[in-house]
Ligand binder design. Structure first.
Ligand code: TGC
Ligand code: FAD
Length: 390
């Protein structure tokens, strides 16, 4: 059934014509091409291999970057793409987030001209796939403790260590890998490690309850020799990977609205139709309370994301503001998914409906790109001036 949007406060009026056009293009694409296949991929734990090429053809990959075959869209248009993709599935948005914000962005920001020419046009078209390796088995929220090292040799570096929970790891042609070097000024540097490099292997993580239509992997580096040209020359310090996270967290703030809208839309339709005690359940006060909470939360999330987008456009968005939008919007989306699942009764636990899938997916979204706690502490530090991390 076609999705007509959730816009209680006429927020469409705040969008430019181009932004609405981009949103409507992706809305149609999602309804026609992704909705029919998503439940099957989630059920079987498979990733649609045609997705990168289709997203590339539509200009969704690295959409806010300029040059090198990228679409050069503004932040709000980019956000609306993430919203529509995640309206279908967080795993599909994750693929696009990682490719654009966590792989193409660092190549664009920190790469040499040769690295940009080699990778960005291929990645924008979806012909090459990338992944971003920051998290390690023992260092998730605290990446500053990473153990992966890159030791200098005469001609390059030898990388040793392990990355875990890496989106698209098993699919990727190239991994952006963050490793500790012995350079005193800014020891953490980024490297581009290509699939097939000796000493580099990947292993997919099985048995996920969440993001089942996305590939999540381990990256293993055993004395993996890379040339000097693998180094992202402009990277230096933890600040570099954290600045990539700002881009991806921004996209998640929009994406989560999509998941929440899908759950609200489904719950509204279902409760109007479902009759218990001789009346549609949408007529009961407790049910209306849940529907109204969802709509109000979505409206707040839309305003937050829109304003953050306009600040970003003006070059004024702070990382802490991105944290608030990621934290708030994922929270409300998870809440909406749990409530929608409830309102669907037993049907809510099957993949015939979306709410249960979104609910499971959003548990990962709550955890990745900075857990809810971590964003709380980032904001706590910002308003008190006191760090709770130290
Ligand atoms: P701290 O001392 O605060 O900072 C180190 C340096 O980094 C700078 N910085 C940032 N720069 C840009 N953007 C940000 N968001 C930044 N946050 C910090 C900071 O100014 C400092 O710069 P300088 O010049 O003084 O060196 O670092 P810390 O070690 O105390 O850590 C702070 C903390 C906990 C907030 C940070 O480590 C953190 O954000 N942890 C969460 C880790 C995380 O989010 N991992 C995500 C991995 S990727 C992923 O999940 C992909 S999911 C797939 C998908 O997106 O779909
Ligand atoms: P931990 O850091 O061990 O946290 C466990 C719990 O402790 C959380 O509740 C956390 O909030 C809490 N906690 C930790 N420290 C504090 C503190 N100081 N104060 C209060 N509470 C605290 N990583 C990548 O690098 N690239 C990827 O592409 C990627 N994709 C992912 C895909 C999926 C499906 C998932 C689930 C994860 C992915 N990640 C990726 C990893 C993700 O970023 C980490 O899972 C996340 O940063 C949290 O780390 P952790 O899982 O080790 O949890």
């Amino acid at each position: 059934m076609a999705f007509h949007g959730v816009d209680y406060y006429a927020l469409d009026e705040l969008l430019t014509e181009e932004e609405r056009l981009v949103r409507d293009t992706f809305r149609r694409f999602v309804d026609e091409e992704l909705m029919p296949i998503v439940a099957g991929h989630f059920r079987h734990g498979t990733f649609p291999r045609e997705l990168p090429g289709r997203l590339g053809a539509l200009g969704a990959l690295g959409a806010s970057l300029h040059g090198y075959g990228c679409a050069g869209l503004g932040p709000v248009a980019y956000g609306l793409i993430m919203q529509e993709l995640e309206r279908c599935d967080s795993g599909f948005r994750s693929f696009a987030s990682v490719q654009g914000s966590l792989v193409m962005y660092p190549i664009h920001a920190f790469g040499s001209e040769e690295q940009k020419q080699r990778w960005l046009p291929e990645m924008a078209a979806g012909r090459a796939i990338g992944c971003f390796g920051l998290t390690e088995p023992d260092f998730g929220s605290n990446p500053s403790g990473m153990r992966t090292v890159a030791k200098r040799t005469g001609s390059g570096y030898v990388i040793s260590g392990e990355k875990r929970w890496i989106t698209s790891g098993g699919l990727a042609d190239v991994a952006v890998v963050w490793a500790r070097t012995d350079e005193p000024e800014a020891p953490i540097r980024g490297f581009l490690v290509e699939r097939g490099t000796k000493g580099f292997t990947t292993r997919d993580i099985e048995g996920k309850f969440s993001l089942r239509a996305s590939v999540t992997s381990e990256l293993i580096f055993e004395d993996c020799e890379v040339p000097q040209s693998a180094l992202l020359p402009g990277s230096g310090g933890l600040k570099s990977p954290l600045s990539c996270l700002n881009q991806a967290r921004y996209g998640i703030a929009w994406g989560a609205i999509g998941a929440a809208m899908a759950c609200y839309d489904e719950a509204l339709r279902y409760t109007r139709d479902r009759v218990q005690f001789a009346r549609p359940i949408a007529g009961y006060q407790l049910v209306q309370l849940k529907l109204v909470d969802m709509l109000e939360d979505i409206t707040n999330a839309q305003l937050l994301a829109w304003r953050l987008g306009r600040l970003k456009e003006a070059g004024k968005a702070r990382a802490q503001q991105v944290s608030m939008a990621k934290r708030h919007n994922v929270r409300i989306a998870l809440h909406a998914a749990r409530n929608a699942r409830d309102l669907l009764g037993a049907n809510g636990v099957t993949d015939e409906y979306q709410a249960g899938r979104h609910m499971c997916n959003l548990e990962s979204v709550f955890t990745y790109e900075g857990t809810d706690h971590i964003h709380t502490l980032i904001l706590g530090q910002d308003i008190t001036g006191l760090s709770a991390f130290d």
